[in-house]
Design a protein around this ligand. Structure first.
Ligand SMILES: [Fe+2]
Ligand SMILES: [Fe+2]
Length: 238
């Protein structure tokens, strides 16, 4: 398999995920939105201070390793490029306050059982695996924020581009208040390109073509479960 055809396979796997996750196509509700803010704030912090760093540790390529750290820094500490100096989870908790949640309430939220299970599953896919498989684990879900996968508005604007539209409609928010979603279209092109370009460059030489495609598929299975956990708890809340 050439680098190009590995990318084609990865794109197919992401497209299949983007077409079949119910969360993307079922209506957004207040309960689901609140649960998304609480869980995704925690999830972003866990992934970018624990899980993705395990991949960086295993990565022998200095440039790739430091680029992983750069992405994690934007998510977990401060993003001066796309986020006005704030970490992405901070911008997400602000979004929560625009839908009338108390900051203290958001900060007190615990991970759902489903979220905890996903962290364990991702840990097994990111901690002791080959760095190229880990890199796909780091970047495959951010790829869905890039337009061109899935159906309808998801395909046209990317997952978070679609979220931006439905959050605007449900809560009558301004462009500025919806910044969490807009910043990701740009930031995640950069974050996910790191995975896609590196795989194109190294997968064939390392004989990892099938392994990275399978890693992508498995990681997205876990992402599907994570989002279903948010949907189910959100529906209970509603
Ligand atoms: Fe982010
Ligand atoms: Fe990102």
């Amino acid at each position: 398999m050439s680098g190009e055809s590995v990318i084609k396979h990865l794109d197919e796997v992401v497209d299949d995920f983007a077409r079949t996750v119910p969360f993307f196509y079922e209506p957004l509700t207040r309960g689901r939105a609140i649960t998304f803010v609480e869980q995704h704030r925690l999830n972003t912090r866990q992934r970018n201070t624990v899980l993705k760093l395990r991949v960086a540790t295993n990565c022998p390529d200095w440039e790739v390793r430091t680029n992983i750290l750069k992405g994690c820094t934007q998510e977990a500490i401060a993003d001066s490029e796309y986020g006005g100096g704030k970490a992405h989870w901070e911008i997400l908790q602000e979004l929560g306050t625009y839908i009338d949640l108390e900051l203290s309430e958001i900060q007190a939220a615990e991970p759902l059982k489903s979220t905890r299970l996903c962290w364990l599953a991702w840990d097994s896919l990111m901690s002791n695996t080959h760095w190229l498989e880990g890199l796909i684990a780091n970047t495959c879900a951010e790829r869905v924020n890039v337009p061109g996968y899935g159906l309808g508005l998801v395909r046209e604007k990317g997952w978070f581009g679609m979220e931006r539209e439905r959050w605007r409609q449900l809560f009558s928010l301004t462009d500025e208040q919806l910044d969490f979603f807009s910043l990701h279209t740009e930031a995640d092109i950069e974050h996910s390109d790191l995975g896609w370009n590196t795989v194109a460059k190294h997968a064939t030489n390392l004989g990892m073509e099938d392994a990275v495609v399978e890693a992508c598929r498995l990681n997205l299975v876990v992402w599907g479960q994570y989002l279903q956990g948010i949907a189910d708890y959100g529906d209970l809340r509603d």
